[in-house]
Write a protein of this length. Structure first.
Lengths: 114, 114
């Protein structure tokens, strides 16, 4: 079975500071990992994904994520947060052995204060 | 750009009513998905479909059914709505059968069952 955990319900940062939203996963095979963002009153949007290759993945809006196989983590990061980054962030994992089904985390609400 | 549309943004129904939620995508995607989103529970997969007239149960199919008569349209049916089905329902689609495929989400339907 596959699972994903986002240990923080809420992350608060000041504008201009770096931000990290944490995600850990569990799969039996090789993982495919995704980050999605949901802005208020809107659907989920794709941010970035890790499939293979370089452990540091760059995505939309200046976000990046680092795949760490030994720690089974895929934390989302941004060097300098913007107020407009405030949203709900979801990590998702897909196991190669479980084709077609992604498992989503419970979500982390990011609030960036001016 | 991929566009996924859902028939209603807000819907209010009474207990016992039959409810249809419609989803249409315009990018000829093979795969379509229905999720429900509840606070603190993330996204949970209800049903998905790889092709016309085929369907697979997700993690929480009880109380729901689906229909995919045309490639672009995936309907979620609540045969007899209950109050515990009050939720945000999200439809998504993805291109092919590859495990790396990004999912594209609709804006969501917030269903309230009274």
């Amino acid at each position: 079975a596959q699972s994903v955990a986002q240990p923080e319900d809420q992350v608060n940062v000041a504008e201009g500071n770096p931000l990290t939203v944490k995600c850990t996963y569990s799969v039996s095979g090789n993982p495919y990992l995704f980050w999605y963002v949901q802005y208020p009153n809107r659907g989920l949007q794709f941010l970035l994904k890790y499939i293979t290759g370089d452990n540091l993945v760059k995505g939309s809006y200046g976000f990046e994520a680092e795949f760490n196989k030994s720690q089974t983590s895929f934390h989302l990061k941004k060097p300098s947060a913007l107020v407009s980054d405030s949203a709900l962030y979801f990590c998702a994992v897909r196991d190669m052995a479980n084709a077609g089904k992604s498992t989503f985390g419970d979500g982390t609400t990011l609030t960036v204060k001016p | 750009d991929v566009k996924v549309t859902q028939s209603s943004r807000y819907l209010v129904k009474r207990t016992g009513e039959k409810v249809f939620l419609e989803c249409v995508q315009d990018m000829d995607h093979e795969n379509m998905f229905w999720y429900r989103q509840d606070p603190g529970l993330g996204l949970r997969l209800i049903y998905f479909s790889y092709d016309v007239k085929m369907k697979e149960k997700g993690d929480i199919p009880e109380g729901y059914s689906v229909s995919r008569e045309k490639k672009e349209r995936f309907s979620l049916i609540l045969e007899s709505a209950s109050t515990n089905q009050t939720s945000m329902y999200l439809c998504a689609s993805s291109f092919g059968t590859g495990d790396t495929d990004t999912q594209y989400f609709g804006p969501g339907t917030r269903l309230t069952v009274l």
